[in-house]
Design a binder for this molecule. Structure first.
Ligand code: ZN
Length: 243
């Protein structure tokens, strides 16, 4: 089965549409959360995602805030301003969809799925080998897919010495998966690894292959909508630089 794995779309509809077109035909889509926050298109993104066939979708920390389950004060000023806007403009149907999503670790075959980390499903960032190492004991499947950091990356646990290393990935090239791994498809709508292209991954469940992919999208069109919505200028600038 060919699975599209996406995360951290952050109300960037142009990036999402570009990724869906670039991915081609898939049997399932797994979304690791943060549909909203930061960007100008919360309704368009939620509508598109909830219409995808064979969807598994988790709540991210920004989604949790937009549906009112945690105070917006948990976020810094610029992130909070976008969330206040989203809370105001989201339609009832889109709110209800977000309210229906689970935030806990979800198992799909060989893969565990979670927004943050296996031991703290909403909030913890897996940013380096140390934070990855602390999490390998908190899931039982061969690999775990995480979002949240907006970094397209993969960590490997070497069973012989318990060491964890950061794997080097080749973009747009499928690699064969061997236990045990924590991987992040990267962020569709706000990459933070200095590569501004939208990030996602294709996962083949039978071949056990993972292909980290990047695709260019129309960033100026998104920036224009960010400015029209009077969202913080920072959210527009960072898209070009990928941070
Ligand atoms: Zn995010």
């Amino acid at each position: 089965m060919r699975v599209l794995v996406i995360s951290d779309i952050h109300a960037n509809f142009t990036a999402l549409e570009t990724v869906l077109a670039d991915a081609g035909a898939v049997e399932e889509t797994w979304c690791l959360g943060d549909l909203v926050g930061y960007g100008p298109d919360p309704n368009e993104v939620v509508e598109k995602v909830r219409g995808l066939p064979n969807l598994t979708c988790l709540l991210g920390n920004h989604d949790v805030a937009a549906i009112g389950k945690i105070p917006l004060e948990s976020f810094n000023g610029d992130a909070r301003r976008a969330l206040e806007y989203h809370e105001k403009v989201l339609t009832k149907e889109n709110m209800d969809f977000l309210l229906s999503l689970p935030s806990n670790l979800t198992v799909k075959g060989d893969a565990s799925l979670v927004h943050g980390s296996p031991r703290d499903s909403v909030w913890e960032y897996i940013l380096n080998a140390l934070s990855a190492r602390l999490n390998f004991g908190h899931f039982t499947t061969p690999w775990c897919m995480v979002g949240h950091s907006h970094l397209q990356c993969m960590f490997r646990l070497h069973p012989e010495n318990e060491r964890v290393t950061l794997e080097s990935l080749k973009v747009n090239e499928a690699m064969t998966l061997k236990p045990r791994l924590i991987m992040n498809p990267g962020s569709v709508g706000q990459p933070r690894d200095r590569d501004p292209r939208a990030a996602y991954a294709i996962y083949d469940t039978e071949e056990k292959k993972w292909e980290p992919r990047r695709v260019k999208y129309d960033i100026p069109a998104v920036q224009k909508r960010i400015r029209e919505a009077k969202l913080p200028e920072k959210h527009a600038v960072r898209l070009v630089e990928g941070w």
